[in-house]
Ligand binder design. Structure first.
Ligand code: ZN
Length: 140
């Protein structure tokens, strides 16, 4: 693991949350992006080296909607940057972590992503993310 890449925060109203985080961080989001497969719309803020990802559900069966129904708005996941996501999946499975999607999928902000079940990481949903290589565009 290289560093915490971003924190994901589940919100009900991303337009309102964008204003709050723009006030908090002193800068507008550098990117907004819908991820159709997850049923979310996202916005990303920079805070020095770190990032904040806001997530709002775009359909009732979105995982973000389920999260907010259960727990309300708040921190949804911690994302760690990794060099080799497939190698990390193998390593973490050996360590006993429950991997939610073994095959990396395309997430927001040009990343391959894999999620670990919160039950195996002290109640926190963990995202592994690897920058998608812009020239190759695939995992080797
Ligand atoms: Zn994320």
């Amino acid at each position: 693991m290289n560093k915490i890449e971003h924190l994901g925060i589940a919100v009900k109203d991303i337009a309102a949350a964008n204003e709050i985080y723009t006030s908090l961080l002193g800068e507008k989001p550098y990117k907004t992006e819908a991820v159709e497969s997850e049923g979310v719309t996202t916005s990303f803020f920079k805070c020095g080296e770190s990032k904040i990802e806001l997530l709002q559900a775009t359909r009732p069966d979105s995982p973000i909607n389920k999260f907010i129904e259960k727990k309300g708005e708040g921190i949804h996941h911690i994302a760690f940057a990794v060099e080799d996501i497939k190698a990390e999946v193998i390593r973490l499975k050996k360590e006993g972590f429950v991997v939610l999607n073994e095959e990396p999928k395309r997430g927001a902000d040009n990343k391959w992503v894999v999620f670990l079940h919160p039950k195996s990481s002290s109640g926190v949903l963990v995202e592994l993310c690897q920058e998608i290589n812009k020239t190759k565009n695939s995992l080797q």
